[in-house]
Design a binder for this molecule. Structure first.
Ligand code: ATP
Ligand code: MG
Length: 165
């Protein structure tokens, strides 16, 4: 997955540079392989990174990380902060930012088509509200899940999983 991550990060870097934002890629060893369409998962990462840049003020930090998630039967249903997954081995990818965050009342709805958090400070941010709906469609097409958590005013974290090969 690293080449796909690197490619997406390099594509978004000029936009981050313009806002003096730092992009950290946290390396991890021994990741499982996942079968994926690199173009489509690259698009997922680009949509998440684009949002992170857009909704993070100048000087902020964006972090991309990947890790392995191993789930046994007796661990289901999983934690409240993670949607349920079938038991097995998953690749877990995270994009987090130090941006404006997402209010709790909106966090379930941001993956809906055309849904945008309506707020004075983002009304002029541009975009159609499709990026996350497309990301969800692409991740679920791979058999994975995508979700988010946020602390308003402090930042947001988006996660998605892909089944290990
Ligand atoms: P598009 O992606 O089509 O250009 P968009 O970015 O507004 O438009 P989505 O990517 O689907 O649409 O995101 C939906 C909404 O979720 C955004 O309008 C914004 O309100 C909120 N959002 C998404 N990512 C973040 C983030 N990293 N920080 C804060 N809010 C976010
Ligand atoms: Mg977007």
């Amino acid at each position: 997955v690293w080449p796909v991550i690197e490619r997406a990060v390099e594509r978004i870097r000029p936009q981050a540079d313009r806002k003096q934002q730092v992009i950290c890629v946290e390396p991890a060893a021994d990741l499982p392989l996942a079968l994926m369409d690199g173009d489509r998962i690259g698009q997922v990462l680009l949509n998440l990174l684009h949002n992170a840049v857009k909704f993070t003020p100048e000087g902020g930090t964006i972090t991309v990380a990947a890790e392995v998630l191993t789930l046994r039967d007796d661990e289901q249903p999983s934690r409240p902060d993670r949607p349920p997954h079938p038991a097995g081995t998953w690749l877990l990818i995270r994009v987090s930012d130090t941006g404006i965050g997402i209010p709790n009342r909106d966090i379930q709805r941001i993956f809906e088509r055309f849904y945008k958090v309506d707020r004075a400070r983002t009304r002029h941010a541009g975009g159609t509200g499709l990026g996350l709906a497309i990301a969800k469609h692409l991740v679920e097409g791979h058999g994975g899940r995508i979700w988010a958590s946020s602390q308003e005013g402090h930042g947001s974290t988006f996660w998605f999983t892909l089944p290990a090969a």
